[in-house]
Design a protein around this ligand. Structure first.
Ligand code: APR
Length: 247
């Protein structure tokens, strides 16, 4: 861990006019949630077809069985780690204005972040595919799959973005607005592969923002747009950042 670079990054954030964080699965790995594309990533062990919208519509039971296994049973009792917690403290101290996340685990909100924009939706709510009734997860009985709507008996779908589905308009609009306002853009734990989310860091750079990237490995962003690359685990680096900023 390069302490000098972490100090430089902390100073850059402290002096920022409008710092925004952009996170991916890597920030939740130290909470016990596997990433998607790392060596033991979810897409190494599971065929992602079950979260393609066409497959869900054709085979809702088969899709729901995998969704429950991968995104609910496994996420049952996960907690935010120090990276989520310190990011929330940075928002409280007005060092960071908001978090744009690709994650669907709600750990930023659980850690106390208030302004969180979930580009890929969330597993915490579901919607009826027939009448669009909305449900909090606590009202869906996942012991009987696929879960159905109390109103019309339609099949419920998690409010996470499936492949080949559009991103939620509100989250996309707010994330784009925040990106364009940022003079410091902090990328944590994403490998920059998924469009259109991966366009936002590039837009921030083009708009003159300073790019800080935290990742265990270099990514497509690192060479192309990153100004300060902090190589290492998000938890360890954000812990150090917290000490420097007296969080
Ligand atoms: N600390 C920091 N970075 C980490 C850590 C860690 N402890 N562990 C892994 N990483 C990095 C990996 O090096 C990788 O670059 O986090 C990144 C995780 O990449 P992905 O698994 O591809 O996750 P993400 O970039 O969020 O994927 C984007 O793809 O499948 C879709 O919708 C899904 O939101 C997801 C999107």
């Amino acid at each position: 861990m390069d302490l000098e670079k972490i100090e430089l990054a902390a100073e850059t954030i402290r002096n920022a006019r409008y710092a925004v964080a952009f996170t991916g699965a890597g920030i939740s790995v130290e909470s016990g949630i596997p990433s998607f594309r790392g060596e033991d990533g979810l897409w190494q062990t599971h065929d992602p077809i079950f979260v393609e919208i066409e497959y869900f519509q054709k085979k809702p039971l088969a899709s729901w069985s995998k969704i429950k296994e991968v995104f609910y049973d496994m996420l049952n009792d996960v907690e935010p780690n120090i990276a989520h917690i310190n990011l929330a403290k940075m928002e409280k101290r007005s060092f960071v204005e908001s978090v744009i996340t690709q994650n669907i685990d709600s750990l930023h909100q659980k850690a106390g972040s208030k302004f969180v924009y979930e580009l890929h939706g969330t597993t915490q709510t579901l919607s009826c595919t027939e009448c669009s009734s909305e449900y909090d997860l606590s009202f869906a009985d996942l012991n009987f799959l696929p879960p159905t709507c109390f109103v019309c008996k339609g099949i419920l779908k998690p409010d996470m973005v499936f492949f080949n589905e559009p991103l939620p308009p509100f989250a996309l609009k707010r994330s784009t607005d925040e990106t364009m306002k940022a003079d410091v853009f902090i990328i944590i734990g994403t490998n920059a592969e998924v469009y259109p989310a991966n366009e936002l860091p590039v837009k921030a750079k083009e708009n003159g923002a300073k790019i800080i990237e935290i990742n265990t490995n270099p990514t497509e962003f690192t060479e192309a747009i990153t100004d300060i690359f902090l190589q290492g685990k998000a938890g360890e680096i954000m812990q150090k950042m917290g000490e420097i900023l007296y969080l």
